[in-house]
Ligand binder design. Structure first.
Ligand code: ADP
Ligand code: MG
Length: 441
């Protein structure tokens, strides 16, 4: 479908023209018409398929074409799980309303609250932000949502993973009137809590789901490498970076500490690299993302704070130094590449400690996975036998530290081939983990 087939305001069509976007993506063709007639939506499609415009186009159309319920309150509120994603959505929106007599505000955790109060007093029609801080402004009565017409939740499932259910409910209560429309978007929607919450947040929603979240992403080549321990992972990483041509890389690690350490190590190896984690100040985080998107760094080393939504055009390679605990996080992480029809590669290092996650991912993807190897760096580790990896007896005791020292991997029972492992009772896909790098506000 072409955008010009949709009954869109000429100012929106002009914007799309300037961007060179003539054809709507699949999710846009399906979601925009429903959103335009005021239906609530719960929509999912693969990473990089154009979900942002699928909600920003109807949002702008509403503001341009209909009378406001309130002159004072925002008409559209967009919530995102991380500051980086909220900012990206805001920048997209700002480009769309450039030159129009409309205002948009970006309200992020970690930034000055009083400055935000002042910004909100200028009565922007659009507010984009992270859920915690928006809820704080609602509580503080610096943000009123009685006039809110459209609530958009990008990466809604992730907001719940991060524990923002209460904030979402509070925001919903403050904007609870019959005229309100709500849209939810993500590449993955299999969060049980989300299904309960949709009953509260959405009215008779239209469900749009393009492809299965676990369907292979055609534009992303996925490779898995067995590895023995952290030093071996480092050797593999060095070799893989040396032998793989790439534009930019995002390297994911399990913890903030590892991000910092690996960023330094990569610098020693001669790569321009930088670490990004949730504990940095907001201005540091912004600087790093700006620099990375402008190509000042080759490699961004990060935790799951950067797994969601970020649209960085030159990322051709994603490396999972450690596997994420949640299988759907894997889908989002690798989705930082292969966007908007470009090709990308995702490489994951699978050591003994990643085995449970690997099995969960394998079950989720329902794919046959053949391990790749780097010459001279074959792993001795071949996977854990199901009994060994899943038997509760072998879990660390209650008082064991959450993170065992990484270099001293316990000897593991080896099986001949990792391929033959029964995946029937893989661990739960969704488990809250202490390792989530959460934006606190
Ligand atoms: P998602 O939210 O589904 O992961 P994004 O909204 O971030 O995807 O879009 C991914 C990329 O696709 C962006 O760079 C965006 O500008 C581009 N894009 C969006 N819509 C179109 C379109 N209709 N035609 C071409 N490119 C598009
Ligand atoms: Mg997105």
């Amino acid at each position: 479908m072409q955008f010009s087939d949709l009954p869109l305001d000429h100012r929106i069509l002009n914007f799309l023209n300037r961007k060179g976007f003539a054809d709507a993506t699949e999710i846009q063709s399906l979601a925009i018409p429903h959103a335009l007639i005021g239906k609530d939506l719960i929509a999912s499609s693969k990473t990089g398929s154009g979900k942002t415009l699928a909600f920003l186009i109807p949002a702008l159309q509403r503001v341009l074409k209909t009378k406001a319920l309130s002159q004072r309150d925002p008409r559209v509120l967009v919530l995102a799980p991380t500051r980086e994603l909220a900012k990206q959505v805001f920048l997209q929106l700002r480009a769309m309303i450039e030159g129009l007599p409309l205002k948009a505000a970006l309200i992020l955790g970690g930034e000055n609250f009083n400055d935000q109060v002042k910004t909100l007093r200028r009565h922007p029609q659009f507010v984009v932000g992270t859920a915690g801080r928006i809820a704080d402004h609602v509580k503080d009565r610096s943000l009123f949502l009685n006039g809110l017409e459209l609530l958009i939740m990008d990466e809604a499932d992730r907001m719940l993973d991060l524990g923002f259910a209460e904030e979402l409910k509070a925001i919903n209560r403050m904007a609870d009137h019959r005229k309100r429309q709500s849209l939810m978007f993500s590449a993955t929607m299999d969060n049980t809590e989300l299904h309960y919450l949709t009953k509260t947040l959405l009215k008779a929603p239209q469900r749009i789901s393009i492809g299965e979240a676990n369907a292979p992403h055609q534009d992303i080549e996925q490779r898995f490498y067995l590895s023995d321990h952290i030093e071996h992972k480092e050797q593999l990483l060095k070799a893989l970076l040396a032998q793989t041509p790439f534009q930019q890389v995002i390297l994911f690690t399990a913890t903030r500490v590892d991000s910092e350490r690996l960023a330094k190590l990569l610098q020693e190896w001669g790569h321009k690299s930088v670490g990004l984690s949730g504990e940095l100040s907001q201005s540091q985080r912004s600087n790093i993302m700006n620099e990375f998107s402008r190509g000042h760094h080759q490699i961004l080393v990060t935790t799951d704070v950067a797994s969601r939504g970020l649209d960085l055009l030159h990322v051709s390679l994603v490396i999972n130094f450690d596997l994420p605990k949640l299988a759907d996080e894997y889908v989002h992480r690798i989705g930082r590449t292969g966007r908007a029809g470009n090709k990308g590669t995702a490489m994951s290092l699978v050591g003994p400690k990643d085995w449970r996650s690997f099995m969960a991912i394998k079950t989720f993807l329902q794919q046959h996975i053949e391990f790749s190897q780097v010459d001279g760096l074959a792993a001795k580790f071949k996977g854990l036998a199901p009994a060994k990896s899943l038997n509760p007896k072998h879990k660390p005791g209650k008082n064991a530290p959450v993170k065992a020292p990484r270099s001293k991997n316990k000897p593991v029972k080896r099986i001949k081939s990792a391929q033959g492992v029964d995946v029937g009772d893989a661990p739960m896909l969704r488990k809250k983990t202490k390792l989530i790098d959460r934006d606190e506000d």
